[in-house]
Design a protein around this ligand. Structure first.
Ligand code: RP5
Length: 168
């Protein structure tokens, strides 16, 4: 694997069932990435070291997922000038997901976290690829194809519904 361009981190191994969607789409789009567990609450020193080293090791964006009192994305954003994309995870300790959403979304002015939907790791992966693709034509081309495929799928459904009717 070449030098990772995107870092995917999460507060716990239990977040992987959601965060794997980010890895999957980055792989599909040909963007190199690394994936590991970094907990804001349980391994604060590791979080500090990861965020501080991220730019120097060549990362262009960080995707950070966490559930419940989800401080990881905001804390990482406070420690780096790289763009941080936050994924609120509906975890076992989450009331109904709103705790994770609001913990990640409601950052104070000056420390932005680009927050995707609850369990929205796929969009986090696409957004990270778009950040990389702003400076990398190969990735931009893959994103173009990705969007064309989205359009083609809808067009297929339109034809199927108009040909077979809504009952089928
Ligand atoms: C958060 O607590 C993690 O991001 C995870 O979503 C949640 C539960 O963690 P585990 O108890 O499953 O390790 O910090």
């Amino acid at each position: 694997m070449s030098q990772p361009q995107v870092g995917i981190i999460m507060g716990s191994q239990s977040d992987l069932r959601v965060m794997r969607d980010a890895a999957q789409v980055l792989e599909e789009l040909g963007v190199s990435f690394e994936l590991t567990i970094v907990s804001a609450h349980r391994t604060p020193e590791r979080m500090f070291d990861y965020a501080k080293a991220a730019r120097q090791k060549g990362l262009k964006a960080i995707i950070a997922g966490a559930g419940g009192a989800a401080h990881l994305p905001g804390m990482v954003a406070s420690l780096t000038t790289l763009p941080v994309i936050g994924v609120p995870v509906k975890s076992s300790n989450s009331i109904d997901g709103w705790d994770s959403v609001l913990s990640i979304l409601q950052m104070p002015g000056g420390v932005p976290v680009a927050t995707v939907a609850l369990d929205g790791a796929k969009n986090a992966g696409i957004l990270a690829a778009q950040i990389v693709g702003a400076f990398d034509q190969d990735v931009a081309n893959k994103l173009e194809t990705y969007k064309e495929n989205l359009k083609a799928k809808v067009e297929e459904s339109i034809s199927a519904v108009s040909k077979n009717g809504w009952k089928a």
